[in-house]
Design a protein around this ligand. Structure first.
Ligand code: ADP
Length: 197
């Protein structure tokens, strides 16, 4: 039996523990990527299952905030692929987690389609769209660099280390793709990435 003060301590310790663990994991992932020690797997996986599972895992967080969370697959997208499902899942989780974190009302949608510019089978484009706070035009490129957040109030308000997008960018490059963002301040953001499977 804990009293309310002890419960509050426990909540604070738990949040601090989770934050610390996330930060350590991000630093480890990034060092491994920078050391050139991340080698992608080439295993068979089910794309639809992977995306739907990822959306489901983050669904609770979206639901708690009253956000709509959906995913949409274009009909021509192959679902049996060969690639690295864990790394692809990490990128989608990062983008989706950010989209939910930086959106107070509206919706977050993941779109999966063939890469319209590549024109080869297995070249896909993913889009994560939100109706959140948006990103100022002069920050659209720099947020993909180590430790950069859109402004100094972000850490205070939302936490985070500013490493997630750097890790995602490097993973996407290893998957033969690129990542970029379009955004309107106060209206929302769309993160795009391509990858080859
Ligand atoms: P973190 O989320 O830990 O701060 P990231 O590298 O994932 O680090 O993101 C870097 C910064 O990019 C964030 O701090 C935020 O300023 C901005 N950002 C990322 N995703 C979004 C989004 N969906 N909407 C608004 N801003 C975003």
């Amino acid at each position: 039996q804990l009293n309310s003060e002890q419960m509050e301590y426990l909540r604070v310790f738990r949040t601090a523990g989770d934050t610390l663990l996330n930060t350590i994991n991000d630093i480890l992932d990034l060092s491994k990527l920078e050391a050139g020690q991340v080698i992608l797997e080439g295993v068979e996986f089910d794309l639809r299952g992977l995306v739907e599972n990822t959306v489901e895992v983050l669904g609770m967080r979206a639901h708690e905030k009253g956000l709509e969370l959906n995913c949409h697959f274009a009909p021509d997208v192959p679902t049996a692929l060969v690639g690295d499902p864990i790394r692809l899942g990490a990128v989608i989780t990062n983008l989706l987690g950010n989209a939910i974190k930086f959106t107070e009302k509206g919706e977050v949608v993941v779109h999966v389609e063939s890469d319209p510019e590549a024109n080869v089978p297995g070249a896909l484009r993913f889009r994560v769209c939100d109706t959140g706070i948006g990103i100022p035009p002069d920050k659209l490129d720099v947020i993909f660099e180590n430790f950069v957040q859109a402004d100094s109030s972000i850490t205070r308000e939302y936490g985070g280390s500013g490493l997630g997008l750097t890790i995602s960018r490097r993973l996407v490059e290893l998957m033969g793709g690129r990542i970029w963002v379009e955004s309107t301040l106060g209206e929302g953001s769309t993160f795009h990435f391509t990858a080859r499977f």
